[in-house]
Design a protein around this ligand. Sequence first.
Ligand code: PRP
Ligand code: URA
Length: 209
Amino acid sequence: MNNVNVINHPLVQHKLSLLRKRETSTARFRQLVREISLLLGYELTRDLELEYKTIETPLAEMQAPFLSGKKIVLISILRAGNGLLEGMIDLMPSARVGHVGLYRDPHTLVAMEYYFKVPHDLINRPVIVLDPMLATANSSVAAVQRIKEAKAQNIKMACLLAAPEGIKAFQSAHPDVPIYTAAIDEKLDDHAYIVPGLGDAGDRIYGTK
Ligand code: PRP
Ligand code: URA
């Protein structure tokens, strides 16, 4: 699939399998999401620009590479996106952070917005949008639309699991935004849950069910 990056690193795949298991506890689930987000973050930031500056090691002067340009922005789609956010912040402690509050209406599946707060200067900053699940993609399509309205131009979408239906819908709405996912699952069920999936990501991260 064009513009879809499946991070099939063995560590990611192993941790994802543990995450999917019904019996995985809330504490372990949270820890695994954090660990996977670190590994996804590594791939998501592969194309960040570097600039060279003179430094002195204990032995010699050298031209050493440092990140250049504007600081990256991480935007979490509440609430499950916050699970991924924590690991990403460990990796990028000076990232700017935004939040988009959305919930999926269980009957219509429409994404309902209840909160929106992102850094004011998104233009020229790399933006990574975080949501573990791309199911119908109603939530991520709406979030990315709002983020584009806030002037972001360089956006990546990061998730743990994507359904083929969601990928199709996301790409037809935002063909310019690459998707990074740990796996593409089989399908959506009658309630638009990803199958085989991992269940309700928010409930499993926060132990609300
Ligand atoms: C879940 C998930 C995504 C959304 C995916 O959120 O975290 O945001 O569903 O489904 P979609 O692709 O069909 O829109 P939910 O609405 O359950 O809210 P929560 O994160 O607060 O639990
Ligand atoms: N939201 C979830 O948390 N899980 C799914 O499988 C679909 C939407």
